[in-house]
Design a protein around this ligand. Structure first.
Ligand code: FES
Ligand code: FES
Length: 155
């Protein structure tokens, strides 16, 4: 079957197998930030935006993205770099494997709710597993980033 979609702002038309997963589609298109962890919707590593909403690309068929816009971390470089610096500052990044998924979901949260409480942050990121840390560094990084935005830091 043929699908047509926008991937990080670029139109892509391609023949695909009907059972191709979105994670495999975007990786075949060079978006290697999208990682394969559990493949059972449990770790958040494969998060992409489908029309601005975070979805787990290991659980979505590429065919579902037909006619829609898909964004990966490669398409969010500016936001990701700005926020990622706050995570790095807190020493939260250890092996870094969970980082792209975590950053995608944090950006989605900030877009949806620019002033989340700690509970809301924890709830939103509950689907992102990190094997190296206790999530404290990531939370501190998120709070520091939000404080910076309140002080007028530009996106
Ligand atoms: S690989 Fe998709 S949620 Fe873990
Ligand atoms: S820093 Fe290693 S999995 Fe999160």
């Amino acid at each position: 079957m043929k699908i047509s979609l926008m991937l990080n702002g670029t139109k892509i038309e391609r023949e695909i197998a009907p059972d191709l997963l979105l994670i495999d589609f975007v990786r075949e298109e060079g978006c290697y930030s999208v990682k394969r962890g559990c493949e059972t919707s449990g770790c958040g590593l494969c998060t992409v935006f489908l029309d601005e909403k975070p979805v787990l690309s290991c659980s979505v068929l590429a065919a579902r993205a037909d006619g829609h816009a898909v964004t990966t971390l490669e398409g969010l470089q500016k936001e990701a770099e700005e926020f990622g610096a706050f995570i790095a500052d807190q020493g939260a990044e250890q092996c870094g494997f969970c980082n792209p998924g975590m950053i995608m979901n944090a950006i989605a949260l900030f877009r949806e709710n620019p002033d989340p409480t700690e509970e809301e942050m924890k709830e939103y990121l509950a689907g992102n597993l990190c094997r190296c840390s206790g999530y404290e560094g990531q939370l501190r990084g998120m709070k520091a980033f939000l404080e910076y935005k309140k002080q007028g830091g530009a996106v």
